[in-house]
Design a protein around this ligand. Structure first.
Ligand code: ADP
Length: 459
């Protein structure tokens, strides 16, 4: 596996290489289109000036004059009709020049060797130290015709510039390579620490060390990672608490059952005692059965959000039927129930919603006071309905209200009053309501009573 570091370095180096090639091609185009012709024109003007001066001043020593010109930075080639050649200034690397070119210039034409220099030779053609890469002008000195070819002595003119540019280029490349190596390290390091943190998290360490000071996407990622680790720790704690709660809630009825079956083995039991013990065992078995049913329901609600089998049904009728099945138990607890349930249909899962109403109604019965009342109502507003369960029971404090939807939470009063329950009912209720895109609200006064309100979209 190639490391991110080496990939980054390779990519950056390739980008640098590609851009230099493109820059070279671009500057070459510019040289061919603009610089080459203008360089040719500039040098033609100089050559013509020199020719004019020579033509107009027959008394000067031609060789001395050209020697002087060469010294200020030109390479010069002089040839006459008799093919006598003379060179001034630095030597040409290649002195080949077609005879017909010489003849043309001797005949009075101007030779534009710079402009005609082959296109293939990129921008480097500018530096080609060849006789063909010159400007040729005819001159007449003391009535004798010559052809004068000249080009600037690049070495002389550009030597310092050359060195400066070369240094600039070399230093730029070197520095960028060094800086890329460092900056890549700066970029890649947090990713490596994130990888280490991920491994630590997988091994169960919820507090991995991570730098979150960076003000960029990587800093943001580290922060999110730590938040995620914190969430996972909370989930892990919840899972542990959940398991310990279940174990406790299974263990305690089992111990009771074990104790009472032991008592049943005694021979000296009266038949009343037997009936009493068996009824205790039965109610503990019932508790276990309710607990496992609720756990199974919660597990399937957790696992799969698509378990809803939605259909249109009469919710008012459903709640009314439920009240009828509990009528007897309500009367037995010395409670009174009133209800106002208009016949309204909604879209939802009838079986899951029946669980909701059942939980709220049995809670209103369980946590009520003798002689207390329960009121159930449905109100329709716009495209939703509100189902209310109001009781005049023991009520809940504000801090208890905040926790009643937590799994296994039971308010102290409920526990102390030895009311049967698992603490799972309301968490099941709120999960089902969420599945239906609804809301559940609780409003309660300690010792006065409790109101549960459920808002459900009608379709
Ligand atoms: P349980 O199985 O204990 O009834 P729930 O999840 O249904 O579990 O309720 C959680 C706790 O909320 C109950 O133990 C009780 O303390 C409190 N509670 C629920 N409904 C009422 C109510 N109508 N009045 C007072 N307290 C209630």
């Amino acid at each position: 596996m190639k490391s991110l570091y080496s990939k980054f370095v390779i990519i950056t180096a390739s980008i640098m290489l590609l851009s230099s090639v493109l820059a070279f091609l671009g500057s070459n185009l510019y040289y061919q289109q603009k610089l080459k012709p203008s360089n040719d024109a500039k040098n033609t003007e100089i050559a013509l000036d020199i020719a004019e001066f020579i033509n107009e001043n027959p008394h000067i020593q031609l060789s001395d004059y050209l020697e002087n010109i060469a010294e200020v930075g030109y390479q010069i080639y002089l040839v006459d009709a008799g093919d006598t050649e003379r060179f001034f200034g630095a030597a040409f690397r290649d002195t080949a020049l077609k005879n017909e070119v010489k003849a043309q210039v001797l005949n009075g034409e101007i030779y534009h060797g710079m402009r005609q220099f082959p296109k293939q030779t990129f921008v480097t053609g500018f530096f080609a130290n060849e006789l063909t890469n010159t400007i040729g002008v005819p001159i007449t000195h003391n009535s004798k015709s010559y052809a004068l070819f000249l080009r600037p002595d690049i070495k002389l003119l550009f030597n310092e510039m050359h060195l400066l540019l070369a240094w600039l280029l070399a230093l730029t490349i070197l520095l960028s390579i060094v800086l890329v190596l460092f900056s890549t390290n700066y970029l890649v390091k947090p990713i490596s620490s994130l990888t280490a943190a991920t491994k630590a998290l997988a091994a169960g360490n919820f507090h991995p060390k991570l730098q979150t000071k960076r003000n960029d996407e990587l800093g943001e990622l580290s922060k999110s990672f730590l938040q995620m680790a914190q969430k996972l720790e909370q989930l892990d704690d919840m899972r542990k608490e959940f398991i310990s709660n279940i174990s406790h809630d299974i263990q305690s009825p089992l111990s009771t059952i074990k104790g009472y079956t032991g008592l049943l083995e005694q021979d000296s039991l009266t038949s009343e005692e037997k009936v009493q013990y068996i009824s205790v065992i039965n109610s503990e078995i019932n508790r276990l059965s309710i607990l496992t049913k609720q756990l199974l329901l919660l597990a399937s609600l957790d696992r799969n959000e698509d378990m809803m089998k939605a259909q249109r049904f009469h919710v008012g009728k459903q709640i009314e039927n439920l009240i009828k099945t509990h009528q007897w138990a309500i009367r037995e607890r010395d409670l009174m129930i009133t209800y106002s349930l208009p016949d309204i249909t909604i879209t939802g899962d009838p079986s899951l919603l029946s669980t909701v109403w059942d939980n709220l109604l049995t809670n209103a019965m369980k946590y009520n006071k003798p002689g207390g009342t329960i009121d159930v109502s449905i109100k329709v507003a716009h495209d939703y309905l509100v189902v209310s369960f109001q009781d005049t029971g023991i009520g809940l404090s504000t801090s208890q209200q905040k926790r009643i939807f937590d799994r296994f939470y039971r308010a102290d009063t409920a526990r102390s009053q030895t009311v049967e329950g698992t603490g799972l009912g309301l968490s099941i209720v709120s999960t089902i309501i969420k599945l239906h895109n609804g809301e559940i609200k609780v409003d309660s006064q300690k010792g006065e009573g409790t109101l549960f309100q459920i808002k459900l979209p009608i379709s």
